[in-house]
Design a binder for this molecule. Structure first.
Ligand SMILES: Nc1ncnc2c1ncn2[C@@H]1O[C@H](COP(=O)(O)OP(=O)(O)OP(=O)(O)O)[C@@H](O)[C@H]1O
Ligand SMILES: [Mg+2]
Length: 322
């Protein structure tokens, strides 16, 4: 096995740099935005570690999905000049994360499964029936929005009606977003099923393009923004009281929870094998969903990204060397 090479951060600097938990982002001229996806893994709203090849999987898989759903809603993709980089339309993000759930699941205290098991039946404004098993199907896919937290904070659950009445999004546009989200989720479910995965839930982000029109931004149907479960083992595992075989961030969340970590204080270190398994599953998901071989980008990634971006960057914004 070769050395584990991960991309933690980009060492070059450009004006207008914004650093998220997973992505670096820069505003470019002509209402464009550059997004570089690193290998950082975030959960509990914290960066917990690095997963080899994750940034490339996320960037390339999202681009693949955007292309396959462009008939449903316009997306922010302009070009993919590098395995880890995206040139996007610079949008004004809407302040709501649009989560669609088909399954009763989740492991954190605020997730729907623990709340349902504690007896709650009114969740995100929906009355759920009794008798749904752990990780079982909801009566239909439900939109459970959260308001986007400021940096360092936690997202807050809200409801479809609350978003409509709050005025943070134009009501007509919010109706359109809900329709689009359910349609995207249906497409995602179908394609995932063809590759042997259950799409349990996902999160969409929308924004306003410079002309004011609706555009889907960020990422789509990636293992960071979604829960993907192996379909073939699911029924047997649930019957035996085991959780799904997850091809996403959940194994890291569970491994952290198993050593007592809930998002506060010092981040425990997990065995290398846990991170290696996460990496292998991210890559396997990419290959099975897209039907393409995963070809890791040349190393060092930082230099490669810099040279692939050369043609996209303004003469004034030439990266300074690290
Ligand atoms: N086309 C776009 N225009 C403007 N902003 C965008 C666009 N696409 C994505 N973004 C924003 O860029 C940021 C991406 O960074 P990142 O994924 O690291 O976000 P994060 O929310 O900090 O982390 P996490 O994904 O773990 O919640 C997000 O704030 C997202 O809303
Ligand atoms: Mg994000």
């Amino acid at each position: 096995m070769g050395a584990v090479r991960t991309l933690e951060r980009i060492s070059f600097e450009l004006p207008g740099h914004v650093e998220g938990k997973v992505r670096h982002s820069w505003k470019l001229p002509d209402q464009k935005r550059l997004l570089v996806t690193t290998d950082r893994l975030s959960a509990f709203d914290r960066v917990l570690g690095l997963v080899q090849n994750k940034g490339q999987v996320l960037n390339q898989l999202a681009a693949w999905w955007f292309e396959r759903t462009a008939d449903i809603v316009p997306n922010h993709v302009i070009a993919v000049p590098d395995p880890n980089a995206l040139i996007a339309v610079d949008a004004t993000p809407l302040p709501v994360e649009v989560i669609v759930r088909a399954r009763l699941t989740g492991s954190t205290d605020t997730a729907v499964l623990p709340r349902y098991k504690a007896g709650e039946r009114l969740l995100y404004g929906y009355h759920l029936p009794d008798g749904i098993e752990d990780h079982g199907a909801l009566p239909e896919p439900l939109i459970t929005p959260t308001t986007k937290a400021e940096k360092g904070g936690h997202d807050r659950p809200t409801t479809v009606d609350e978003v409509a009445s709050s005025g943070v999004i134009d009501p007509g546009m919010w109706t359109e977003i809900q329709k689009v989200a359910l349609e995207l989720f249906r497409r995602g479910t179908e394609i995932a099923a063809g590759a042997g995965f259950v799409l349990a839930d996902t999160k969409y982000e929308f924004g306003l393009a410079p002309d004011g029109s609706l555009v889907i931004i960020d990422e789509m149907h990636t293992p960071d923004s979604s829960r993907f479960w192996a379909a073939d083992s699911l029924e047997e595992r649930l019957v035996n009281g085991l959780g799904p075989e997850a091809f996403d961030k959940e194994p890291i969340r569970l491994a952290m929870a198993a050593v007592g970590y809930r998002g506060e204080g010092t981040i425990p270190s997990l065995p290398d094998e846990v991170w290696a398994t996460a990496s292998a599953r991210y890559v396997e998901l990419y290959e099975r969903i897209t039907g393409l071989a995963f070809i890791p980008g040349a190393q060092p990634a930082d230099e490669r990204i810099r040279s692939n971006l050369a043609g996209w960057l303004d003469a004034d914004a030439v990266p300074v060397s690290a």
